[in-house]
Design a protein around this ligand. Structure first.
Ligand SMILES: NC(=O)c1ccc[n+]([C@@H]2O[C@H](COP(=O)([O-])OP(=O)(O)OC[C@H]3O[C@@H](n4cnc5c(N)ncnc54)[C@H](O)[C@@H]3O)[C@@H](O)[C@H]2O)c1
Length: 316
């Protein structure tokens, strides 16, 4: 019987599937500094983003055959090293795409109706300055008919485009690779539609988009920095639910303060888990603490997919 440590937790469905397949699944979290000693007795470990599985840990756990990441990014695992030692390293890249896409729209809706600011001020001023706040938030806009520029048209970019098209937005996309010319949408009731897509280069996207959402992997150099902010439409709204570092945070603050960027929605930060305070307290940023994939549905899909992959690997 194989022993698995789900050190950052696993959805109950995934745990049940693994146990039904004969695995012993421990979900009690072992602190990072104790793992070298305690992981030795396990055949597999699953992690989210908290637990790190580095070379030194892999070296002292000769029984370990598989490292599973519930989610996409594997920055916390020495993937190449693990594979060079014969370990399988797996993740569940598609399971959370829709949840991240929906969070993008939470930020966009928050941005165009000033919810981020209203939520902060209503508890303090709502009873004494209702009319004043009502006036402050009077110039909201609708998303329908506006252009969303999506940078990075992979799994999450596509889901984001589908939500945007469903809302009646125009979508333009920018990616290194050629993207499909149409995107198929499925509405409730089984109604399907193929909607044409327009791929443009980043320069054109910056010039045309009313809103920009970033869906690229971590990049050494920010995709949006001073030079790019100079080229965006005045009053653009920007959302980053991809990775910290994809936007230069100092340049974003300057662009917000100058009014070039109307608002930003940030789920990810350069310096997680201690983002800079001037971002956190900026009046025109809608904030979430890296919760893009943190929905019940996504976690259940992640657990189910992870369990399936682990069972398949050990049954081979
Ligand atoms: N907020 C969250 O909780 C959360 C959850 C899951 C994933 N993510 C992040 O979202 C991002 C996208 O994930 P995904 O699953 O869609 O990835 P993906 O690999 O499916 O797609 C990424 C796309 O970006 C394109 N790309 C790469 N560099 C580019 C560049 N400089 N300009 C334009 N296009 C570029 C690639 O060609 C690819 O099509 C990743 O950074 C991932 O870590 C965040």
């Amino acid at each position: 019987m194989y022993k698995l440590l789900a050190n950052d937790g696993i959805d109950p469905l995934g745990k049940r599937l693994l146990e039904e397949a004969g695995f012993t699944v421990d979900t009690a979290h072992i602190p990072q500094e104790e793992l070298a000693e305690k992981l030795k007795g396990y055949d597999a470990i699953t992690v989210r983003s908290a637990t790190k599985v580095r070379e030194a840990l892999i070296d002292v756990c000769p029984n370990l055959k598989l490292i599973g990441r519930g989610g996409v990014g594997m920055d916390n695992i020495d993937v190449a090293y693990a594979r060079s030692k014969g370990l399988a390293v797996i993740n569940t890249p598609a399971a959370s795409s829709l949840s991240v896409a929906e969070l993008v729209f939470a930020h966009l809706f928050s941005g165009v109706r000033f919810l981020y600011d209203s939520q902060r001020k209503m508890p303090v001023e709502g009873a004494t300055n209702f009319a004043g706040l009502k006036k402050d938030y009077a110039k909201g806009i609708e998303l329908r008919g506006k252009t969303l520029g999506i940078v990075g048209f992979g799994r999450i970019g596509r889901e984001t485009a589908k939500v945007a098209l469903g809302l009646g937005m125009d979508v333009i996309v920018s990616d290194f690779i050629d993207v499909p010319k149409t995107l198929s949408l499925e509405f409730s009731g089984g109604i399907k539609a193929n909607i044409p897509l327009r791929q443009v280069d980043l320069e054109n996207l910056l010039a045309e988009a009313d809103f920009i959402s970033l869906h690229v992997p971590f990049t050494e150099k920010p995709i949006l920095a001073k030079e790019q902010f100079e080229k965006v439409k005045s009053g653009v709204g920007i959302v980053n639910a991809s990775r910290g570092g994809v936007i230069d945070e100092g340049d974003l603050l300057d662009a917000l303060n100058s009014g070039k960027v109307a608002f930003a929605g940030l789920d990810v930060f350069e310096n997680e888990p201690t983002p800079r305070q001037d971002l956190l307290s900026h009046p025109r940023i809608s904030l979430t603490p890296h919760i893009g994939a943190a929905t019940n549905e996504a976690q259940e899909r992640i657990g189910e997919e992870l369990a399936g992959l682990i069972i398949e690997f050990f049954n081979k």
